[in-house]
Design a protein around this ligand. Structure first.
Ligand code: NI
Length: 158
């Protein structure tokens, strides 16, 4: 990945960690809008996103297509009861998981990152979808992962 992207990724995680840890346990459990996810649930969703996408980023290196399994995002948040988990622990897991993903993607050779792949389901899986008839790259999907992460951080900090 480009150094500029890696720096931006790292800075996003570290800046957010600092701000997230300023929230009290009660604040972290309170949704901005009733019925929506609380900060604990948003970070929980981002942990789910990290765990699913970590798998995708690794698996993509052993196959030619970029067709990925989905997951039922709301149900994942619900059954894991992130609301009942310790805030500092969630933030630490989120941060460290992402620092590992950052390391792992920094090790992917350009030949793999930039290889055009005709067979994909980014029309369904990507945060910024790509039509099926347009080729995609793994690099695109990794950049898209950070866009999704930042989108949810903005929901907490707005
Ligand atoms: Ni999301």
């Amino acid at each position: 990945m480009e150094q500029q992207f890696l720096n931006r990724f790292k800075q996003t995680i570290l800046d957010a960690e600092e701000k997230l840890l300023l929230l009290t346990e009660t604040q972290a459990e309170t949704p901005r809008t009733p019925g929506k996810w609380s900060p604990k649930e948003i970070i929980g969703h981002l942990i789910d996103s990290a765990s699913n996408n970590h798998q995708r980023f690794v698996r993509a290196q052993f196959k030619n297509d970029l067709i990925f399994e989905g997951y039922q995002q709301d149900d994942w948040v619900k059954v894991q009861q992130y609301q009942r988990e310790d805030w500092k622990q969630l933030v630490a897991l989120w941060k460290n998981f992402n620092l590992h993903i950052l390391h792992a993607v920094s090790q992917i050779p350009d030949s793999v990152l930039k290889k055009e792949r005709a067979n994909h389901n980014f029309d369904e899986r990507a945060f910024k979808p790509v039509p099926k008839d347009q080729p995609v790259t793994l690099e695109y999907f990794i950049v898209d992962y950070l866009d999704h992460l930042k989108h949810h951080l903005r929901q907490i900090f707005r």
